[in-house]
Design a binder for this molecule. Structure first.
Ligand code: FAD
Ligand code: DLZ
Ligand code: SF4
Length: 515
C-alpha cells in the first residue's frame, strides 16, 4: 500500500500536519510544470521564487525523513501537467491512494476533481490548514444578501477569533477601525526602513527557466533576489517589518512615491504577501505576533497601525478568499460595466507619458511588486476608466505580481478595482481624477501632463476620463448614494465645459496607445 501526497507550489506550509510524521509508505510529490508556468505570462521573479521555495521546501522535508519525489521543469520524464504526472507516478510507484490539499484556485481544484473521478485509485482532499475560515464560511455569514460588506465580516472575525478585543465583546481602544487616521501622504523628509533583503542567489533556477523556454515578463537580478524562499527567511522578514515599519504602516498606508526614489516605493508596507500566499507563514501567526508586539511594546499611537495591519489580514484577506469561493466560477466572466477595450500595450512596458502609470508599471516590472493603493488607484482606476475588458486586466495582474494567485487577485481586480461585479465587493467604483493622485503622491511633479488642467492637450488624462466614466455610467451611479453627487455635478456643469471634457476623453480613448 502506497500513498502519494501532492503539495502544490503555494502549499509550502511547514506546520501542516502532513509534515509532522514521515512514513515509509507515503511519497510526497512536488512538481514544476508548464501547466502552472504558462496559464498567464508570469513575472520572472514570481516563477523563480516559487521554484526556489518549492525546492527548498522539498529539501527540508527530506531532512525531516520524508520520501519526496521532486520533478524539475527540465526533467525528461516530466509530463508538464499536474494530473498527467500524478497518473504516471501511480503506475511507477504502485500507488493505491492519492491525497491532495484543497487547491486555492478554482481551475486547479476543478482539474484535480475531474481527474480524481477517473484516477483508478482512492483519492482524498484535505485542508491546507492555512486560513482562518473555510472556503464557504463567508457565504454562510452573509446568507442571501447581495452585497458583502467587509467591515461586517471583519468585526465578526475579530470577535470569533478574539483578536484585538477586550472582554471578548468590545474592540481594543474602543474603536473597530482606525482607517480615517491612515490617509496621510508621505512628506519625504525621513528615510523609510531599508528594504528587507535575504540576498538569495537563484542563478541556477533562472537558468532552468530560460532553458525550458518559459515566457516571462519583468526583470530579475538572479544573484540577489529580495524575496523569502524559506520559512526561516519569511519569519525574519516578519520580524524586520514589525521592528522597522509597522509603527508607521497605518499613517502612510495610502501614500505613493515615484520609483525614481529607489528606496521608498514600498514605503511602510510589509511585502509579506508572497510568504503568506505560498503559506510559508500562516495568517494566524502573523496576526498573533503583531498583536503580541502591541501588547508588549506598542503605544496608544501605534494602535491604529496595528489595527490597520491586522484588518488587512484577518479582514480583507479572508473576506476576499470567501468572495472568490462564493462567486466562482461565474465571477471569472463578470463585466457589469460592459467594458471591451484591449489593455494598452504599454502596461507591459511602462512606455507611457503619464508619470504615475509609468512609475507604477516600471516598478512592477522591476520588483514584481506594487502596494495596494498603487494597484487600486493608479493601474486599476486607469484600466477601468479606459473601458478595458476585465479579462485583460485580470491577466495583467495575475502575471505581474509575485503574490498573485487567482483566489486573491480576481476579487481584488474584478470586484474592487474594476467594479465588474456591480458592487458585491465595493459599494462604489474607485474612479478618480488627477487631484487624488496629486494629493497622495509625488507623481504629478515629474509629469508631462498638468494635473490642474482638464481639457487641453497637456491636461492630465485622469481628469477627462473621470468625467467620461461618470457620464457613461450615469444611470447606475445616480442611484448610488456614494456617487450621486458626481452625476449631479456633471449635470450642473456648463454645456460647453461638459462637451470639451467629453471630447478630450474621447480623444484619449481613441489614442490610448499614445497617452
Ligand atoms: P501590506 O500592505 O503590508 O498588507 C499586509 C497583508 O495584508 C498583505 O501581505 C496581504 O496578505 C493582506 N492584504 C492587504 N490588502 C489585501 C487585499 N485587498 N486582499 C487580500 N489581502 C490583502 N494581494 C495579493 O496577495 N495577491 C494579489 O494578486 C493581489 N492583487 C491585487 C490586485 C488589485 C487590483 C488590488 C487593488 C489589490 C490586490 N492585492 C493582491 C491586495 C494587496 O494590494 C496586496 O495584498 C498587497 O499590496 C501586498 O503587499 P504587502 O504584503 O506589502 O501588503
Ligand atoms: C504559480 C505557480 C507556478 C508559476 N508554477 C508552479 C509549478 O510549477 N508547480 C506548482 O505546483 N505550482 C506552481 N505555481 C502555483 C500554482 O499555480 C498554484 O499552486 C495553484 O494555482 C493553486 O493555487
Ligand atoms: Fe498621473 Fe495626471 Fe499626475 Fe500625470 S498629472 S502623474 S497623469 S495624475
Amino acid at each position: 500500500m502506497s500513498t502519494l501526497r501532492l503539495i502544490l507550489g503555494d502549499q509550502l506550509h511547514r506546520l501542516h500536519s502532513w509534515c509532522k510524521e514521515p512514513s515509509p509508505d507515503t511519497i510526497i510529490v512536488m512538481m514544476e510544470v508548464r501547466s502552472e508556468t504558462d496559464y498567464v505570462r508570469h513575472h520572472i521573479q514570481k516563477v523563480a521564487c516559487i521554484f526556489a521555495a518549492m525546492r527548498a521546501f522539498a529539501h527540508e522535508l527530506r531532512d525531516l525523513g520524508h520520501r519526496v519525489e521532486y520533478i524539475r521543469i527540465n526533467d525528461p520524464h516530466n509530463k508538464q501537467s499536474i494530473t498527467a504526472n500524478l497518473s504516471a507516478l501511480i503506475t511507477t510507484h504502485k500507488i493505491t491512494r492519492v491525497e491532495y490539499q484543497e487547491p486555492d484556485e478554482w481551475r486547479v481544484d476543478e482539474a484535480l476533481r475531474n481527474w480524481s473521478s477517473k484516477a483508478g485509485v482512492e483519492t482524498h482532499c484535505v485542508s491546507t490548514e492555512h486560513f482562518y475560515t473555510g472556503r464557504y464560511e463567508l457565504r454562510d455569514v452573509f446568507g442571501k444578501r447581495t452585497r458583502y460588506v467587509m467591515e461586517h465580516y471583519y468585526r465578526w472575525m475579530r470577535k470569533r477569533f478574539n483578536v484585538l478585543m477586550e472582554d471578548g465583546e468590545n474592540p481594543t481602544g474602543g474603536k473597530w477601525n482606525y482607517d480615517a487616521s491612515n490617509r496621510e501622504p508621505w512628506p519625504g523628509d525621513h528615510n523609510v526602513p531599508p528594504l528587507w533583503h535575504p540576498h538569495n542567489d537563484l542563478t541556477e533556477i533562472v537558468h532552468d527557466i530560460t532553458t525550458a523556454k518559459v515566457v516571462t515578463i519583468g526583470t530579475i537580478d538572479a544573484s540577489d533576489v529580495p524575496w523569502p524562499i524559506t520559512r526561516a527567511q519569511a519569519l525574519d522578514q516578519l520580524e524586520a517589518f514589525i521592528s522597522h515599519a509597522l509603527p508607521l504602516f497605518g499613517k502612510y498606508q495610502d501614500a505613493m512615491v515615484a520609483n525614481t526614489n529607489p528606496s521608498a516605493w514600498y514605503l511602510y508596507h510589509s511585502r509579506l504577501s508572497f510568504a503568506l500566499n505560498t503559506k510559508m507563514l500562516t495568517p494566524m501567526e502573523v496576526v498573533d505576533r503583531v498583536e503580541t508586539w502591541w501588547h508588549n511594546e506598542g503605544t496608544p499611537e501605534t494602535l491604529s497601525a496595528v489595527e490597520g495591519f491586522i484588518r488587512q489580514i484577518l479582514g480583507w484577506r479572508e473576506y476576499i478568499r470567501g468572495i472568490y469561493w462564493s462567486e466562482m466560477p461565474a465571477y471569472a466572466s463578470v463585466n457589469f460595466l460592459d467594458q471591451t477595450k484591449p489593455l494598452p500595450s504599454w502596461y507591459w512596458t511602462g512606455a507611457t507619458r503619464m508619470n504615475c502609470m509609468r512609475s507604477v508599471i516600471t516598478q512592477s516590472l522591476e520588483h514584481a511588486y506594487a502596494h495596494h493603493i498603487q494597484r487600486l488607484m493608479i493601474t486599476g482606476v486607469f484600466a477601468m476608466m479606459a473601458e478595458v475588458d476585465p479579462i485583460e486586466v485580470d491577466e495583467w495582474y495575475l502575471g505581474i505580481y509575485i503574490d498573485a494567485f487567482e483566489w486573491v487577485e480576481m476579487p481584488n481586480v474584478r470586484g474592487m478595482s474594476q467594479w465588474a461585479d456591480g458592487g458585491k465587493v465595493s459599494t462604489k467604483p474607485y474612479a478618480c481624477g488627477g487631484n487624488y493622485i496629486n494629493k497622495m503622491s509625488n507623481y504629478c511633479k515629474g509629469c508631462e501632463y498638468t494635473v490642474s488642467k482638464k481639457e487641453e492637450g497637456d491636461a492630465c488624462p485622469f481628469n477627462a476620463l473621470y468625467w467620461h466614466f461618470i457620464n457613461r455610467n450615469q444611470r447606475v451611479l445616480q442611484n448610488n448614494h456614494r456617487t450621486a453627487f458626481a452625476t449631479a455635478t456633471l449635470r450642473k456643469m456648463k454645456n460647453e465645459d461638459r462637451i470639451a471634457l467629453l471630447q478630450r476623453a474621447q480623444w484619449i480613448l481613441d489614442h490610448l496607445e499614445e497617452v
